[in-house]
Ligand binder design. Structure first.
Ligand SMILES: Nc1ncnc2c1ncn2[C@@H]1O[C@H](COP(=O)(O)OP(=O)(O)OP(=O)(O)O)[C@@H](O)[C@H]1O
Length: 274
């Protein structure tokens, strides 16, 4: 199946990383939980270097979709293709090895550990030295430690959190904890970053900061971003394209302007009966 991409987006303004071919393709995904049909026949793609949002009213299936992408849920039907590789089944480990990282709706950090150690924990997949090599400080362990430290220090600087690098995460305000979580996901040097409501529970200033960092990540590292977000202003401001779900079905897909003027989308948000 070919999913068309509007020419307007392909020609959009100069970017540090112009859009590439689809890096993620979801085709005819259906997911059921017992009698609950969470997703029905959903297809869409995500272009390399794109910021792609998934929106929809409560219970529309957004989190389920994100969980399908990184292998937490296995759909009964449909397929996922990552960078041209069609997968019969995705698992969280496979997703991580394919360069897919994510943050969660509820912060999932090690609360007693410092900011630095939490972000270092994100390097786990990039670390191959054995316990013995680390204990004996053998060359591979020392080399990896130096590399990991350099990557993490760059992320700390990039996210402007140098001043709290030694602070235990539990002592930080919510907005900063979310930023640390973003840092930990970035430590894996992901190709695709999945963000589950990155702005939830934030005040306006924290939201503005997070928007800026998401766009900077996309611009600086070229990371493809797929995000779920309830704040419509934020979604329309930072996304290249938006896919809209309602009751587990796709009802819209396009640029923010196209989605904004889609009558099915307007009806869904106004609660018009189906
Ligand atoms: N693990 C599960 N077991 C059973 N039903 C589930 C499970 N996860 C999701 N569902 C159901 O699937 C449907 C879609 O839920 P999902 O959480 O994906 O929606 P959502 O759009 O993310 O909602 P919200 O915006 O409220 O977070 C809902 O009816 C939900 O109750």
């Amino acid at each position: 199946m070919t999913i068309t991409v509007p020419s307007s987006i392909l020609q959009s303004a100069e970017r540090a990383f112009p859009f590439g071919p689809p890096v993620l393709e979801l085709e005819s995904i259906s997911l059921r939980f017992g009698g609950v049909q969470a997703l029905t026949n959903i297809s869409f793609n995500v272009l390399e270097h794109e910021v792609r949002a998934i929106i929809g009213p409560n219970g529309a299936g957004k989190s389920s979709m994100l969980n399908v992408i990184n292998g937490i849920y296995v759909p009964q039907e449909g397929s996922i293709t990552v960078a041209g590789e069609r997968l019969s089944e995705m698992t969280p480990t496979h997703a991580a090895h394919l360069g897919i990282a994510r943050t969660f709706q509820n912060i999932a950090l090690f609360r007693g550990m410092s900011v630095l150690d939490n972000i270092m924990a994100g390097r786990i997949l990039r670390t191959h030295a054995t316990f013995l090599e680390v204990a004996l400080q053998l060359p591979r362990a020392r080399r990896e430690e130096t590399e990991n430290r350099a990557v993490v220090e760059e992320i700390i600087e990039f996210l402007e959190i140098e001043h709290i690098r030694k602070t235990p995460v539990s002592r930080l305000p919510y907005g900063l904890q979310k930023r640390v979580e973003l840092g930990r996901a970035l430590a894996a040097e992901p190709k695709i970053l999945l963000l589950d409501e990155p702005m939830a529970g934030m005040n306006i200033e924290e939201k503005q900061d997070m928007c800026r960092f998401i766009l900077d990540v996309n611009d600086h590292y070229g990371t493809t971003v797929v995000l779920i977000e309830h704040d419509m202003g934020v979604v329309m401001d930072i996304s290249d394209r938006v896919v809209v779900l309602d009751y587990g079905k796709k009802i819209g897909d396009g640029t923010p302007d196209e989605v904004r003027s889609n009558q099915d989308v307007i009806d869904a948000y106004l609660g018009v009966a189906h």
